[in-house]
Design a protein around this ligand. Structure first.
Ligand code: ZN
Ligand code: ZN
Length: 354
């Protein structure tokens, strides 16, 4: 794409008045930025909308007006020090926009744990616009043959669950072990059910509420589904597992899921807090319970680039198959409303206007 054919303004979904009265507006006058050193301009085709974006709308952190961090598009302009060979490549724009390259984690090839990361939508403008500036060093190449709308939710929801699966590996949860996934029917949860059951052969107990989330969880490979609104979750998990589960991954938008988790697991189990829970949530756990049950508590916000590459290959092979509802860009404000009310089953991806 010639520089002369890149517009100076574009269509974008912009958050106004972040806070209790925050709203999302579609505008066609948002400026297109110019890529700087190590950066490229990506013309987007699809963007997933992550549940964590509700944090931006509610003003829980000082986000940029344009959020979104599950973008799939094509590189149309290269900034300083970026080889022209990147032009025309189909890439994924993720939550991690860039990392410092200098801290202990960056030096250990774990840029996703960087001490001073730059996040898409939080520190720089996100993917709910036609053109986004991204750092070429932290982009992900999207494999040929994988539809953009399928790749999009893998860039945050899928990658975060890949990070969670790595924690199960690190804790050496036995294959065939019981894994509770709390919030199993949402954007992250349903991909987590697929990964835990299809890639690791764990027996997944899915916890969520309502018929559509039940159906999705079971379709994704869960052995059992427990509706937290109508059933006693603790009793049912104990009935199914005997001693309790080997691990509990908490992806839920409900604070009671965090209170309940320690009671769902056996001794020497793993409790993992996944994604970015609402800022007001706590993870209440008595020190004595932590010690006497020999529990491990961990947190996962995102995964590594190698996990990203592996996950896209699993998706290309059809083993991981995110359930996506594609909406027009004009629907972005309504999608935020649904996410705020926990009404999204699977993931909503929006088409970016041409
Ligand atoms: Zn996200
Ligand atoms: Zn770093």
């Amino acid at each position: 794409m010639k520089a002369s054919s890149i517009p100076t303004t574009q269509i974008a979904a912009v958050i106004k008045n972040p806070g209790p009265d925050g709203t999302v507006h579609i505008t066609n006058t948002h400026p297109v930025e110019t890529p700087g050193k190590n950066q490229v301009l990506v013309k987007l085709a699809f963007s997933g909308i992550c549940g964590s974006e509700v944090r931006a709308l509610l003003g829980w952190s000082n986000y940029k007006p344009v959020v979104g961090h599950e973008g799939v598009g094509t590189v149309v302009q290269a900034g300083q020090d970026v080889p022209d060979s990147i032009l025309g490549q189909r890439v994924g724009v993720k939550w991690l926009h860039s990392a410092c390259g200098q801290c202990s984690h960056c030096k250990a090839s774990s840029a996703h744990h960087c001490a001073t990361p730059v996040f898409t939508g939080l520190h720089v403008q996100g993917t709910l616009q036609q053109y986004v500036v991204a750092d070429a060093r932290y982009l992900t190449k999207i494999p040929d043959g994988l539809p953009g709308e399928v790749a999009a939710p893998l860039l945050c929801a899928g990658l975060t669950m890949a990070g969670a699966i790595a924690e199960l590996d690190r804790q050496q949860i036995p294959s065939n072990g019981w894994v509770v996934i709390s919030g199993s029917g949402g954007g992250l949860g349903h991909i987590g059910v697929q990964m835990a059951s299809r890639l690791r052969a764990y027996k997944v107990i899915a916890v969520d509420s309502g018929t559509s989330k039940r159906d999705l969880s079971l379709r994704c490979g869960a052995e059992a589904f427990i509706d937290f609104e109508t059933e006693n979750v603790e009793k049912r998990v104990k009935a199914i597992t005997g001693e309790g589960a080997h691990a509990c991954l908490i992806v839920s938008g409900s604070e009671s899921a965090f209170e309940l988790a320690p009671r769902l697991v056996r001794n020497a189990a793993l409790l993992a807090v996944i994604g970015l829970p609402p800022a007001t949530f706590n993870f209440p756990l008595a020190a004595s319970a932590l010690a006497s049950k020999a529990l491990t508590v961990t947190g996962v916000m995102v995964g590594s680039e190698q996990q990203m590459v592996d996950l896209l290959q699993h998706a290309l092979a059809g083993v991981i198959d995110p359930v996506v509802q594609v909406e027009e860009f004009s629907q972005v404000p309504q999608v935020f409303e649904k996410l705020e009310n926990n009404q999204v089953t699977g993931r909503i991806v929006v088409k970016i206007p041409e």
